[in-house]
Structures are given as C-alpha cells and as structure tokens.
Design a protein around this ligand. Structure first.
Ligand code: HEM
Length: 409
C-alpha cells in the first residue's frame, strides 16, 4: 500500500486474486466522509465470501439495506457506551485471573493469551454462559473454528473450491459449527425459560428482550447468527489490538512508565490516548469498504455506481498532514487533539461503524490497566513485531513475545 501511495498518489485500485472487479482505495478524510455518509452504499462481496458460512444469513455484519438497519437499531442499545460499565467487573476478574497464570521466569507469547482472554470475555459478557461444563465445551469448539477459519491458506483453498466446485475446507468448518449451534441453541432455549432473566445483564439476555419496530422478536436461528457475529467480529480483533498495544508498550519504556504512573488518574486520559494511538499505528482491520450505490467523486475522479471502494485504513492513519511523525508511537498526540471522525477509522464508519467499538475500548482499558498494575513488561523478541494476515485482521507475526515480571507493591 505504501508503494502504491508513492507511485499512484491519493487514490488507486487493487485487483485481488479471485475477485472479478478491482477495489479502489482512498485515504483522504474528505473522501472517506463522502463514502461513509451515504447510507445506500452496500457491501463489497469479500465480506460475505469470507464470513457467511460461519455467521449465517441473518448476521448484522452481512445484511444490507432495511434488513441491516432493523438489526442495527435493535442491537445498538445493548452496546451503548454508558452500558459498558456493567461488564467492567467481569472483564477485570477474567483479566486478573489470566495475568496470574502468566509465567514469571521466562518469555512467552502474549497474543494467544489475549485470544484466550477475549474468548472468555465473550462467553461470559456476551453469551452469558454460566454453566462451566458448557463453557469448556464451547471454548474447545470455538477455538477450533476460529483457528481453522483464520489462515490465509484456508481462504486460498476456499477460492479454489469455489472455482472448481470441490468440497471446500469450509464444509469441514461447517461440521464443527453444527455442534456449536446445538450448544448455543440450548443456551438460548434455557435463557428464554429462565424466570430470573430480568436480573441478568449479558448481551444475549438483552437481545432476547429486544423487539423490532413491528413488535416482533429475533428468532432462535437469528439469535444464533448474531451471537456468532459478535464472537467472530469481537474476539480476534480485540485480542489482536491488545497484543499490538502490549508490543508497542514493551518497546517504548518511557511511554510504559508514564502509563504505569497515570493509570486510574484523570479518567484514564493517558490510557485512552495509548489505546487510540495503538489503534492508529496498528489498525487491526485494514479495510472496511462499500459497493457504491451512486457515483462518488474522489481525487478528481468520478467513480460510477457499482464500484467497490474502501478506505485504506493504515494509509489514512499514516498521513503526515494528519499525524506529524506518522510512524512514531506517541500517545501524547491524542492528549493534544482527540481523534477525528474520518481521520481515525480503526472501527470503520457511518451506519456500519463497528457495533462493539465501546465494548472493545472498555475491554482494552480494563485489561491494560490490570497488566500495568500487576506486571512489568519487557519485550522478549529481538525486533518489533511484523505483520501477518489472519483472515480479515492484521496480526503480530511472532505472537508478541514478552517477559512479564511481577510488580512489587
Ligand atoms: C479492537 C477491536 C475491534 C476492531 C478494530 C473492530 C473493527 C471493526 C470494523 C473495521 C468493522 C467494519 C466497519 C465498517 O464497515 O464501517 C466492524 C464491524 C463490526 N464489529 Fe467490530 N471491531 C472490534 C471489536 C468488536 C467487538 C468487541 C464487537 C462485539 C462484541 C464487534 C462487533 C462488530 C459488529 C457487529 C460489526 C458489524 C457492524 C455493521 O455492519 O453494522 N467488534 N468492526
């Protein structure tokens, strides 16, 4: 992308393997505003190809037009920023338990630890599974599904299978999914019958009580699709964002020292800036595109309806006109000026902006707060992490090797 920016300038198009039409990449905030403010734009085909078999046909991440808006309206209130306090205690408890299990005498990879933690958070706060045995079974099955579905090689095999009509690897993942569905549907049925449901605050319970504008509720199959959507959209992304932040902090001791001194003070102003800066410099999801419903003018070009266009998130985040010294990890920049709507887009934008953004930021804040209070981080890998692609995320290639020494209070 850097090379394309140098060679072609603000906007350019990329032809991805297996896709019929190219994707136009833009990075200028005005172009992104123009793209994200038109509600009628649809989704490029990539999202469905990668995710439909796992998420299901009613997923809020995949539906379009009025069907998408109806789900979005129903699902937004449970994810509203103010509500996130309800989950802080659960996240803190799980984070502290995870950190307590870290080795103290040797280096280890932090990314898999963060994956385990964010999976646990989803099972508790979103699914609300209280039965320990069911959680254990789900944990094993979901890990299998998520690991199996994340490799670039698998996506290549899917493309080949689509092209040559063979039984694809997704069929195998589907079989794993059948057992997961059984467990989720059992959970949904029990929750519907639970007389104490009014006292629960997990997201599934809230979705069970929510109604569409015509007064109807989500069906069990639809609830299953939304639960899988929240899992897939919310688990690997948050774990990866945490792993990148840990890598950056471990390699910037002065920033880590300031963060350690300031956690819990001033409404966590510095911690929030650290998270914003980490999501700027290491955006986890690189693209969040639209298929144009009407012409879009960018950089002196008129792109016709039907064109696929995406912000190149990393190119936006490294624009020198928005961010002086764009490659430096400098949270202070966000103390001076908060992130702007179309110049800072780790969660996409417009009517498809990440539904779980407030949840992710809360989770990151609580986990990082616990880490810096309990452990002294050191980088253990020889160089800063490089990027590898896992499904739709950009991930640390070597799993974020760190040493974490116990802090003496
Ligand atoms: C740091 C963590 C996360 C990142 C970087 C991230 C990023 C994104 C991005 C880029 C999109 C696409 C937005 C667009 O097309 O404009 C998205 C959509 C979505 N995310 Fe997240 N996400 C994160 C965490 C979460 C969490 C924790 C949840 C829920 C538990 C979640 C649920 C969703 C859903 C449901 C959508 C679909 C929204 C729609 O199409 O209307 N995400 N996310």
């Amino acid at each position: 992308m850097e090379a394309c920016r140098r060679r072609f300038g603000e906007a350019f198009s990329v032809q991805f393997l297996g896709f019929a039409t190219p994707m136009v990449m833009v990075s200028e905030p005005e172009a992104i505003r123009a793209l994200y403010s038109i509600r009628e734009h649809g989704l490029p085909p990539g999202r469905s190809i990668a995710l439909l078999p796992v998420l299901g046909p009613r997923s809020v991440l995949l539906l379009e037009g009025p069907e998408h808006m109806a789900r979005r309206r129903l699902m937004l209130p449970p994810f509203h920023g103010e509500r996130m306090r309800a989950y802080e205690a659960t996240v803190r408890e799980l984070a502290e338990r995870e950190i307590a299990s870290w080795p103290v005498d040797r280096a280890f990879a932090a990314h898999p630890r963060m994956q385990a933690l964010t999976l646990e958070v989803i099972m508790r706060a979103v699914f609300g599974v209280t039965d320990a045995q069911r959680r254990e079974r789900l944990r094993v099955l979901l890990r299998g599904l998520l690991d199996g579905g994340s490799s670039a090689r698998l996506q290549f095999q899917v493309l080949l299978a689509r092209r040559f009509g063979r039984r694809g690897p997704l069929t195998m993942l589907h079989e794993l999914g059948v057992e997961i569905d059984e467990l989720l549907l059992a959970e949904i049925a029990e929750r519907r019958a639970d007389p104490a449901a009014a006292e629960r605050d997990d997201i599934l319970t809230l979705l069970l009580a929510a109604r569409f504008e015509d007064g109807s509720a989500m069906s069990d199959r639809e609830l299953r699709d939304q639960l899988m959507t929240l899992l897939v959209a919310g688990h690997e992304t948050t774990a990866t964002a945490l792993a990148w932040t840990i890598d950056l902090l471990a390699r910037h001791p002065a920033t880590l020292a300031r963060l350690t001194a300031e956690v819990g003070r001033d409404e966590d102003r510095y911690l929030r800036a650290v998270i914003a800066e980490s999501l700027r410099l290491r955006p986890v999801v690189p693209l969040a595109g639209r298929r144009l419903a009407s012409e879009l003018r960018v950089d002196g070009l008129a792109l016709p309806a039907g064109t696929d266009v995406t912000p190149a998130i990393w190119l936006t985040h490294t624009r020198v006109d928005l961010y002086p010294e764009p490659y430096a990890f400098r949270p202070e920049r966000f103390l001076e000026r908060p992130p702007t709507t179309y110049g800072w887009i780790p969660f996409g934008g417009g009517i498809r902006r990440c539904l779980g953004a407030a949840f992710a930021e809360m989770e990151m804040r609580i986990v990082l707060d616990a880490i810096v209070r309990l452990r002294d981080l050191r980088a253990a890998g020889r160089r800063a992490e490089r990027v590898t692609r896992r499904n739709v995320t950009f991930s640390p290639r070597d799993g974020t090797l760190i040493a974490a020494l116990a802090r003496n209070h």
